[in-house]
Design a protein around this ligand. Structure first.
Ligand code: SF4
Length: 450
């Protein structure tokens, strides 16, 4: 898909420029020292754009100081302010950094007021040369749109087109758009619908790709690679963020792999493939474990998502950390990689489906540790959807299809959700995982067949 170039500080997104690799700090933006240190680590790892959360006007001031300190070291990486709900904060941040990420639909419940606020933001962005990302996530589309179209990929596309058209009415084109979801089918369909709609209307805004709340470890990497690669292989997508509930620096090699692979700089380590009926049999000679899982996810994720095949068998080997060849044929690890891929493409569920945000400056607890503990204690709940979210501001909206959710409130307290309803509030962190498990047990007992 041909897109126009959007200038963000010293880089361009779209317009035939290489796919931009970006990430987001999980520090408190008000902790200037920690945020600067994390930005430097991200830059050294290859981040080409860095986002920071901006929940208050004080954080706008902190952001200005972070930018000043980074520029003083010679680091010119563009910074992006991640702003939720407040158009005032977005406007203030637009005067400070190179790009602002917002969901204008959440500026105001009254759509015409939200439009007015968005138009004000656009005029400030124009004045300061700031770019905008219209970032609409499945699960936080707002009542007006979901009442019209349901909580669907179509609703995501329609919402995006409304704001894109408002940009055009304001003659503002320095805009990138994202439609993220944790569900890879929803995510891929939403971007495809938007790409088609833009093409039909002669619009060429670049797209930022990501699978949101992808989790961590192998699952987070495979899920992200499945969703993002399906689109990049079709020429959809100009910048990527791989969201992992880990140290954000770990996101960069995965995003770099995707950018390089679909930028034509590297090829799959697959050494052979046979497709018979609806089953594929693939053989790899991968230089590392991480390369194997990413190659495998990119080679077969789209075929599985689009139901071109029903099964895939993994053979060959990869080079382990000890430098030795690790054979895959018939191994439990090959079966595990295949199970992970089938689940990421939503073709077969062999374990619970986890929805976990990557965390950001709004997270007030050890998200990664808690998520790993929730995973350890719920691994038997095959097919259930369990969310672990960093904050009460966005967590409940973003956890979309979760059956149960653990949502950090701040000050050592947690809310426990059943679907969209908070059923326990202000639970001390030390007890919260136990309460979540009790609720899941109770719900499963009540609904179990007699
Ligand atoms: S849900 Fe997670 S990533 Fe999103 S704003 Fe809250 S803490 Fe940050």
């Amino acid at each position: 898909m041909e897109t126009s170039a959007v200038k963000v500080g010293n880089i361009f997104i779209g317009g035939g420029h290489p796919i931009v690799v970006q990430t987001m700090c999980n520090t408190h933006t008000s902790d200037i020292e920690a945020s600067v240190a994390q930005c430097v680590r991200m830059y050294e790892a290859g981040a080409e754009m860095i986002r920071l959360t901006v929940p208050s006007m004080d954080d706008v001031k902190a952001l200005a100081e972070i930018k000043k300190q980074l520029r003083a070291t010679g680091m010119e990486t563009p910074l992006v302010a991640d702003v939720h709900f407040s158009s005032e904060i977005a406007i203030a941040a637009a005067e400070v950094v190179e790009k602002v990420r917002i969901n204008p639909g959440n500026f105001h419940k009254d759509h015409s007021k939200a439009c007015e606020q968005f138009s004000k933001l656009v005029s400030v962005c124009r004045e300061h040369g700031t770019a905008i990302r219209i970032g609409l996530n499945h699960g936080s589309l707002g009542e007006r749109i979901t009442n019209l179209y349901g909580n669907t990929p179509l609703a995501m596309k329609e919402a995006a087109m409304e704001w894109i058209n408002l940009c055009l009415e304001n003659n503002f084109r320095n805009t990138v758009v994202s439609l993220k979801a944790s569900n890879t089918i929803v995510m891929v369909e939403a971007y495809r619908l938007l790409a088609d709609a833009m093409k039909e209307n002669g619009i060429s805004f670049p797209l930022h790709l990501g699978v949101t709340e992808a989790g961590n470890g192998d699952s987070g990497r495979i899920k992200s690679a499945v969703g993002i690669s399906a689109l990049l292989s079709e020429g959809i997508g100009d910048t990527v963020r791989v969201s992992l509930t880990e140290d954000p620096v770990n996101e960069i090699p995965v995003a770099r792999y995707l950018a390089d692979r679909y930028g034509g700089k590297l090829h799959s380590s697959m050494s052979g493939i046979e497709i018979s009926g609806r089953k594929a049999r693939a053989c790899y000679a991968a230089p590392s474990r991480e390369r194997l899982i990413l190659d495998f996810a990119c080679d077969f994720g789209k075929m599985l998502l689009d139901k071109k095949i029903d099964e895939v068998e993994l053979h060959g080997s990869y080079i382990g950390e000890n430098g030795k060849e690790t054979p895959l044929d018939g191994s439990p690890e090959a079966e595990y990689f295949t199970d992970e891929l089938m689940q990421a493409a939503r073709r077969r569920f062999y374990k619970p489906e986890y929805v976990a945000c990557p965390g950001c400056g709004r997270t007030m607890y050890n998200l990664e540790e808690t998520f790993n503990e929730v995973k350890r204690r719920t691994s038997h709940l095959k097919g259930m959807v369990i969310a672990v979210m960093g904050c009460i501001v966005n967590g409940p909206g973003e956890m979309a299809d979760a059956d149960w959710g653990y949502v950090g409130e701040g000050s050592g307290k947690v809310s426990i959700y059943r679907k969209k309803t908070p059923v326990m509030r202000h639970v001390p962190e030390s007890e919260a995982i136990d309460r979540l498990l009790e609720l899941i047990d109770k719900d499963n007992t009540e609904t179990a067949p007699i």
